[in-house]
Design a protein around this ligand. Sequence first.
Ligand SMILES: *[C@@H]1O[C@H](CO)[C@@H](O)[C@H](O)[C@H]1NC(C)=O
Length: 325
Amino acid sequence: MRRADCSPTRSEMAPLAAILLALASLAAAAPSLSVRQAITSLSSAQISTFTPYSFYAAAGYCSPASTLAWNCGTNCVGANPNFHPIASGGDGDDVQFWFVGVDETLGTVIVSHQGTDPTQILSLVTDSDFFLGTLDPTLFPGVSSSVEVHSGFRDEQAKTATDVLTAVQTALSQFGIKKVTITGHSLGGAIALIDSVYLPLHITGVTFQTIVYGLPRVGNQAFANLASVGNTVTHINNKEDPVPILPGSFSASRMSLSDLIFQSGMFLGFHHPTGEIHIEDSGAWDACPGQDNESDLCSTGDVPTIFSGDTSDHDGPYNGVEMEC
Ligand SMILES: *[C@@H]1O[C@H](CO)[C@@H](O)[C@H](O)[C@H]1NC(C)=O
């Protein structure tokens, strides 16, 4: 059947119809009562338990030679004196720095990945050359092909995956401990989150936890669900850092139509796992239930668009810790 040249086909109509449908359902779902009460603030003792891991994430920015010698200064030996390095790598250019070792005080193997500066991470998460793609079945045996991640983050994680795995196995067997903590900031947080799915596929009989900072959205709903299993992930977002709201999800309810169209990444359907902690302007650390919680106490609600973000919040401070070597 012929159609007039200017009239849209059914498939051309679909994106606009999807926007309108999404807006209508968001309007219908808008809560009439404040959800503030159910979001809980951490005690100062609870906040302090994260500090050693914040320093390990910051040390991810230090050169491999200095993390292997553990002589990289106040964010390394000054902050975590009982660390035994096992391996390190990366060149800080094509391959992000990483290191693996053991913290005997905390009783855990530490895996840390270097991040990147706000400009670079923003260009990674808004660059349309990247797409949601499946994971390499050799690295991720048995993971459903419905699980998709940002192709740029996927490729960065793949560059160091097997070296990190070998180092973690060495650390576990040398020290006889049963816990692995994966950490990182920014791009390093994204790599760490993919590691949190990768490492348990190859190592059994140990407990994993993942503590990351300034985490962008890494994958689709199936990936976010997989990364949420067991609630082992904590992702800590500082104030108006825009990185955690990028790339977009389908349901940022506070966006205007023009924001929706501008941030077309949302149609790709990126989602966060559970485990967000949002640092408020007051300095309070609030635990946000669910995935992409839209309360204004959480990143998705507090930073409705990239324009309302403040990139200077990306590096911290996270309870006093700046993400730098
Ligand atoms: C956000 O947190 C509130 C308060 O606990 C909760 O009622 C709501 O279900 C959460 N939203 C999501 C999307 O999980």
